[in-house]
Design a protein around this ligand. Sequence first.
Ligand code: NAD
Length: 256
Amino acid sequence: SRTHLVTGAASGIGKATVERLRAAGHRVIGADLKGADICADLATAEGRAELVERVAELTGGRLDAVIACAGLSQFSPLTVRVNCFGAFATLTGLRPLLAAGTDPRAVVISSVASVHPADQAIVDAVLSGDEDAAVAAAQAAADRGEGHVIYGSSKQAVARWLRRTAVGEEWAGAGIPLNAIAPGTIVTPMTQPMLDDPEMRKVVDASVPMPLHGHATPEQVAPLLEWLTSPANTHVTGQVVFIDGGADAVLRGDGA
Ligand code: NAD
């Protein structure tokens, strides 16, 4: 049995993943704003530090897998704080614990929205590691009435950070696969309100076309997170694995 840390554990994809891993006999520590083993706000430096401290206490400093699911899709700078800097702090903060674990693995959640047109000022600021600048760029987008680009921009930055980071000394060099998944439309508390509104549902389905099986459940995403963080994954790293019913292939074509 392995020890996993899952953020965003109280809802949606994170919750389904916790349930699946526990059913398979693994120890899982869940983190979220509330309703989890560790309650910490990943939008803040204090919450990020608290997460790492508490996980170290609960595990004695050894962890086998990290799954960073916590995220939100508000048209506000908070989305960049949590989706990017909260996720990066989770992964880099817990990396030393992974390095002490057995067959350590990590995954972060990007999105098919990462291939939508992004605000490059947000993406560049995130990739430069400047949270204040990224928040200012997101606020500027919101002030221009373009708050809808913040989410995709945050997820594009996650995907690009992942590819850079995964092949470095601290991850590949330390024997730790680090990947992202990019879900299409998954029916969770994040998306349910939009899907319940017929007009919004049309907008969602036009921007994330899913010719294979349509919308997915969080239970259909959990097995991929389980496999990517299992010892069976020896050589998949630095990948953004789309679990999107074909949306990326529709949106980006054949990749030429
Ligand atoms: P969800 O809203 O059901 O769950 C997200 C969880 O993250 C919530 O429990 C929430 O409390 C937690 N969270 C939010 N802000 C936090 C903070 N500051 N500190 C700690 N925890 C915080 O959403 P979901 O659909 O399960 O989404 C999980 C991940 O998958 C997110 O990163 C989301 O962007 C991504 N994603 C979802 C979809 C989808 O269609 N649902 C598609 C692509 C990517």
